[in-house]
Design a protein around this ligand. Sequence first.
Ligand code: BGC
Length: 269
Amino acid sequence: MEISLRNQVAVVTGASSGIGSGIAKSLASAGATIIVNHSSERSTDEAKAVLKEITDAGGTGITYQCDVSKEDQVVKMFQDVVSQFGTVDILINNAGVQKDSKFTEMTLDQWNTVIGINLTGQFLCAREAIKEFLRRGIDTSRSVACGKIIHISSVHEIIPWAGHANYASSKGAIRMLMQTLAQEYGADKIRVNSICPGAIQTPINKDAWSTPEALDSLLKLIPYNRIGQPQDIGNLAAFIASDLADYITGTSIFVDGGMTTFESFSTGG
Ligand code: BGC
């Protein structure tokens, strides 16, 4: 059994670091051409480094700067990708941020930034991707599906998270966005799913793993007793995007070392 994404074009948002970069490399190794999206000028070098790893390993792609919370930029990114590569087959809706704060001190700016990137950004990219999938129609030389969207959500789409109301709200909403799109476009053969990572070792949660004490307390939340790696998410993303997963749509798959079993209940309750 081989996971193949040959002849397919994948837009991976927020691919210059963390989980996005892991997914970009996995999809590339399965044969997809990767659009390594990054949000700003500042992340250009990182995006280029991810692309270099991809091309060094024999893959193909480009880097593309676009802030996913901005409608005009998202529309242009999809137009540019379609004019350069002909179409888009896979969207990995990954770009996301945390702006943590105790709820009563959370500013509107912290709220809007997180909702704008994590939720509105996923809406805008999904809308442009689905329009393109429908325009192209099914082409079985690429995939038996008309298109695939993978939302990168979080264990916090079901685990409430004190001090992170904006982030948890954005992830809870992604679940409904994903399920609604899967329902609305199932008959068009567009598959829509979410991957819900637990604690993955990336810059977004550096405080939770960069000292031995922090890592120790993090591991108390993870029955499998290790922190996740971007590759753990990339492996699943490549599978879900492939035709091997053709009957999977409208679901959230947790990749969390068991975090959602609520380990703190193992000795109480
Ligand atoms: C967050 C991380 C956190 C993990 C588990 C993720 O969605 O971005 O900061 O470590 O959930 O709590």
